[in-house]
Design a protein around this ligand. Sequence first.
Ligand SMILES: *[C@@H]1O[C@H](CO)[C@@H](O)[C@H](O)[C@H]1NC(C)=O
Ligand SMILES: *[C@@H]1O[C@H](CO)[C@@H](O)[C@H](O)[C@H]1NC(C)=O
Ligand SMILES: *[C@@H]1O[C@H](CO)[C@@H](O)[C@H](O)[C@H]1NC(C)=O
Ligand SMILES: *[C@@H]1O[C@H](CO)[C@@H](O)[C@H](O)[C@H]1NC(C)=O
Length: 429
Amino acid sequence: MKPLIAISPSSSPSVLRKSRLSPYIFTLLAFTLFVAVLYGEDFMCMFDRELQLSSVSTWLLSTTERKSGEAGSLPFAIGTLEEGCDIFRGRWVRDESTRPHYEESDCPYIQPQLTCQAQGRPDKKYQFWRWQPHGCNLPSFNATLMLETLRGKRMMFVGDSLNRGQFVSMVCLLQSAIPEGAKSMETFGSLTVFTAKDYNATIEFYWAPFLLESNSDDAIVHRISDRIVRKGSINKHGKHWKGTDIMVFNTYLWWMTGLKMKVLKGSFDDEAKDVVELSTEDAYRMGMKSMLRWAQRNMDPSKTRVFFVSMSPTHGKSIDWGGEPGGNCYNETAMIEDPNYWGSDCRKSVMRVIGEVFGKTKVPITLLNITQLSSYRKDAHTSIYKKQWSKLTAEQLANPASYADCVHWCLPGLQDTWNELLFTKLFYP
Ligand SMILES: *[C@@H]1O[C@H](CO)[C@@H](O)[C@H](O)[C@H]1NC(C)=O
Ligand SMILES: *[C@@H]1O[C@H](CO)[C@@H](O)[C@H](O)[C@H]1NC(C)=O
Ligand SMILES: *[C@@H]1O[C@H](CO)[C@@H](O)[C@H](O)[C@H]1NC(C)=O
Ligand SMILES: *[C@@H]1O[C@H](CO)[C@@H](O)[C@H](O)[C@H]1NC(C)=O
């Protein structure tokens, strides 16, 4: 497996020239921003704090209910849940008999960024939690049903490394039901394809961290600073998504530069680039609208389903949950108990944009609102138990929190729950 995030200052000479920084300074700057992205939620929270989240969410929920209410006719539906049950409101319940769904060592497709046990994580408690909605029970994940449903079909995850984690989780949930030799995983540039041969089914992941074309689109060497996203460019990637039966989008973290977002009009090949700066919210709204337009033009609502996974929370600052200053998710083995815990405010303003855009659209898209339930799970990150791509310095080793990853999640773990919720919304909309 290749690193998901790598830094190559030589990957875009034109930007280098323009920036008039020496490659060395550029690398340093890039690295600083990279660290800032991973660990500094301060960087992400520089816009719009005052919100009426609750009114937005009530409105959005009623929209979603209305859409699913119209349809026993929704494709793939086989039943319904208790009337009005919001599966995203609930609590975590300890469950040692049915969790985890699989053993880390039994799923060969997990990349070494997420194999926490193999990378030395000493505790396992994070694997034994089940999500229990307040209003109903979740149906149990049935791999055979999922595979039968996917027979002759394509399911595709499109987005960033968090979506890749959810894709891998889905593959792990299904792969044990497929015999050796009848399954494979291959990568072609931005596209990774898991094939279940006997089912003629594929589950795919397409790397597009902004969904739109950007200068961060290389699946291996991503640009991590000075990001530019191109307006109106979703077909650049979207042409590779056509013919998909079940789409699962996400996009969030890469928009959170902490600065205004640079948006390119015209083409990346233009000599004189026409770049405007938008607030993070406005830029994100543009991305959401492009996604919905793409879905409207390319997905047949009578045969296909489209999902959007809300923001995956990070746990980079322990003061957010009343911990010691300077700490983060490192050494956290218990979840946050406060049911009202939300974390940093900027997630709310992004949630509001999602609510506004989804509330107005006629495109049937299902929101997987995993943000709140995941925000409790400071125990579930990969932390320092992931493959490190560069040699750690003595200084870092002396202070493990300094290199803990509080963005991504161990597998098996939290993201299996996201897929149980996807399973639920697919079959019991
Ligand atoms: C997402 O779910 C949380 C928890 O139930 C809720 O507080 C929030 O308002 C929801 N957001 C939307 C847009 O529905
Ligand atoms: C899982 O789904 C398959 C195919 O629909 C069905 O035959 C089987 O009974 C289901 N298993 C459970 C435990 O519900
Ligand atoms: C396999 O599935 C693809 C869609 O992913 C479909 O176009 C093709 O006809 C299927 N082939 C067979 C032999 O069923
Ligand atoms: C980790 O947390 C435990 C308490 O939960 C504490 O005793 C220990 O000192 C911590 N270790 C480090 C390295 O911070």
